[in-house]
Design a protein around this ligand. Structure first.
Ligand code: BGC
Length: 517
């Protein structure tokens, strides 16, 4: 997850440091982490819409799609095994991120990254050579384990290696690389689908081996982070590593802050029970609600199943894959808009604007699909203008997500948790996200079959709820140093009742020093 980055602090300190080759290579490896996650998000939808793939592995879906004219278009993809292929990955990721948090803390970030890389590689290999459905699902599970490890360690590694001035930008940079991964997957699906003989899906699934190799090699050659060395009692080594990483000799300030932050976090014995204390109620609420709402925007219906969805609503195979490429491009570009605007316009503005935009699009898409397909799922001939309108509104919807809930769903949690609950709260955020990613993937095809165009109204309802939630409950965090974040809760009309007893004391005065475990 693009989760662990810390926005630039406002402590007034200026640690010296350059963008050294170490840091540059770090960014490349981190980008691979995001890329492979995005690739796995984007690849399955295209592959599951390919006829050759369906014929080999999901013959009943294939038959429904082609032979059986009595099956409503809404239901042609409704198959539990097909859904399992997509969603098993997220359940595996959820489980392994729990293990990974211990590996990362006790054995260092590099080992988690290495596990991540190897598991990815194994998963892509099994998928690429799959001969039966169980191999496909096993491959997805291995990929999911890899994601758990990589997403736990890579963002952490990144935020500890990066000079602190770049942390915030790198945080959204990770999200950007996820969107690039989704796009690459969509583009490759489009081309591989054209390969004669229908085995292109093997290249699509096996292609994940390339970024997997880069992460594996990267984790072997990159140094461990100074934070992790200190945490494991190797302070002297950490000091010289820090010098090498920053490219300057004078690292004393940063080093002593790192040591202080590590010691401080050792004092926290029970981060999980801490999180349940009344004064952390706002943080806990955000750790749960933000990822829950992010997934209930319905974005992954588009990310996972765009080609399937476009196919279901009457587009040809090529047009479906092409439309997924178009939404992928919009996703990348709109994420860049967020990078540009997040510190200018603020989080609340983006959340609310994105919400309104998504809502309008969901209503229009529901109306379009409802008008043509009605409840029986038989559209007759689809005119070209109709397809253009549907794709256009889906793109505007994706843009709305990509500059609001997409990046902010990760950035905001990472900047509001005080150090003493950060590790626990962050795990809650990641887990809730994975659970609901799984749930949406698991029930979407079934919901499309049962709710028909009402599916879009279902997600629209949640967009209304989440926008109201942001309006009333999410304070603006733009430009607030992490260590002063306590004041936004103390001055909030609702949350102040939970935190006001803390006024004046404030753990938020702790120096963060980049400690994020
Ligand atoms: C979400 C993913 C989603 C992606 C789309 C991320 O922020 O967590 O679930 O697929 O954005 O770009």
């Amino acid at each position: 997850m693009p989760a662990a980055g810390i926005a630039p602090g406002g402590s007034g300190k200026e640690y010296p440091g350059n963008l050294t080759p170490f840091v540059t290579v770090t960014c490349i490896v981190a980008a691979m982490g995001g890329l492979i996650f995005g690739y796995d998000i984007g690849i399955s939808g295209g592959v599951t819409s390919m006829d050759s793939f369906l014929r080999d592995f999901f013959p009943s879906v294939y038959r429904k799609k082609h032979a059986d004219a009595t099956v409503s278009q809404y239901c042609q993809y409704d198959s539990q095994t097909l859904t399992m292929f997509t969603s098993s990955l997220y359940l595996a990721a959820l489980l392994s991120s729990i293990v990974a948090s211990t590996v990362t803390r006790v054995f260092g970030r590099k080992l988690s990254m290495l596990f991540g890389g190897l598991l990815f590689f194994a998963g892509a290999l099994v998928n690429g050579f799959a001969k039966a459905v169980w191999m496909l699902i096993l491959g997805r599970i291995l990929l999911g384990f890899g994601i758990g490890f990589a997403n736990q360690s890579v963002p952490l590694y990144l935020s500890e290696m990066a000079p602190y001035r770049y942390r915030g930008a790198l945080n959204i940079g990770f999200q950007l690389s996820i969107t690039v991964g989704i796009l690459v997957a969509n583009v490759l699906n489009f081309f591989f689908n054209k390969i004669a003989g229908g085995w292109g899906w093997r290249l699509s699934l096996g292609g994940a081996m390339v970024p997997a190799l880069i992460i594996t090699v990267g984790s072997l050659v990159l140094p461990d982070t100074p934070n992790s060395m200190i945490e494991r009692g190797r302070a002297d080594e950490a000091r010289s590593a820090l010098r090498r990483i920053r490219g300057v000799d004078d690292v004393d300030d940063e080093f002593s802050d790192l040591v202080a932050a590590t010691e401080q976090s050792r004092l926290v014995e029970h981060p999980w029970t801490n999180l349940l204390q009344r004064k952390y109620r706002p943080h806990l609420a955000m750790a749960v609600c933000i990822p829950f709402f992010q997934q209930l925007t319905g974005i992954n219906v588009i990310m996972f199943y765009a080609p399937v969805l476009f196919n279901s609503i009457g587009f040809g195979a090529d047009a479906s894959l092409m439309s997924a490429v178009i939404t992928g491009i919009v996703n990348v570009c709109a994420t860049m808009v967020s990078i540009y605007g997040v510190d200018k316009w603020g989080r609340r503005f983006l959340f609310l604007e994105g919400g309104v935009q998504m809502l309008i699009c969901q209503a229009v898409v529901a109306a379009c699909i409802g008008a043509k397909f009605g409840v029986d799922g038989d559209p007759g001939e689809l005119p070209k203008w109709y397809s253009i309108i549907v794709v256009m509104f889906i793109c505007i919807y994706v843009a709305g997500f990509a500059w609001s809930w997409g990046p902010l769903g990760w950035l905001v949690p990472s900047e509001i948790f005080p150090l003493e609950i950060r590790s626990a709260a962050q795990s809650v955020t990641v887990s809730v996200n994975m659970i609901f990613t799984f749930a949406v993937a698991q029930i979407f095809l079934m919901m499309l079959c049962r709710l028909k165009f009402g599916l879009f109204l279902f997600f629209a309802f949640f967009v209304v709820v989440m926008s109201i939630f942001v309006y009333f409950f999410l304070p603006e965090t733009k430009g607030i140093p992490i260590e002063e974040m306590g004041r936004v809760w103390r001055s909030h009309w609702y949350w102040s009742r939970f935190v006001e007893a803390e006024a004046g004391r404030g753990n938020e005065n702790l120096e963060m020093g980049g400690k994020v475990v």
